[in-house]
Design a protein around this ligand. Sequence first.
Ligand code: A2P
Length: 281
Amino acid sequence: MTSVSSPDIPLLTLNDGSSIPALGLGLWKIDDAGAAAVMQEGVRAGYRLFDTAAMYNNEAGVGAGIAQASLPRDKLFITTKLWNSRHGYDETMRAFDESMIKLRLDYLDMYLIHWPVAGSEKYIDSWKAFIELRASGRIRSIGVSNFLACHIERLLEETGVAPAVNQIEYHPVFQQPDLAAYNASKNIRTECWAPLGRGAVLERPELLALAAAHGKSPAQIILRWHFDQGFIVIPKSANPERMRQNLAVFDFTLAPGERAVLASMHAGQRTGGDPMTFTGL
Ligand code: A2P
């Protein structure tokens, strides 16, 4: 069992009994050469969860970062993801081995199917491979990303095994409360990517007002709002000061009326693909 506690970050329980930090560092757009240094900054700031993907092309750099980290392996929580072109049982096994070599790991904390891939159900065979990899001890927790209820229902019909998390796009101008409620109904944690909307909403007046009221930044207001809903968040920052700032969200609370202000910001503005149409191939 992993013990990824950090003085700053609460742990949340997953449906397989593992614990995951409520907040981690997203590594999208961090290049391979820079990833190790970003991870060192992250570890220094207090991060324990690092979220990468085969598609980010930085797993080798993340592997170097893990090797250089001043923490024992069991203090880190590493997530990576299976890319869309690698779906299918055998291909998933090969892709997993490639990721593990780059990451220099003998076990992975969490492996996610990155997208369901529109027009194909090969994700079901990938899920069967994930279940075996978890049973063999090479992965602690298995999950999915960008899955809708219909995709998760297919996994349940075919295998009876629910993902531990569903990592989905979720930020003030693109909220998916119905999908989050579905996840919760199946005891699946919602993990939010692009929690800051890629930084695009931080100047909105309603956020600036809440930030001023709490002596916090707009980013901190947003991340606290995610936490208050029981979500895991993985804000991306390559900047040490902003990395620290994004962790300092566990020392204040938002009132129900304040959370309602954020809820009212939904505008259907995705920053990424629509799982019903996206293939990424
Ligand atoms: P940077 O890496 O320069 O800090 P998301 O997590 O939604 O993908 O958003 C990431 C974007 O938001 C990046 O451009 C990141 O830039 C920026 N960002 C991250 N944290 C903060 C913060 N606390 N204040 C302002 N911008 C931030």
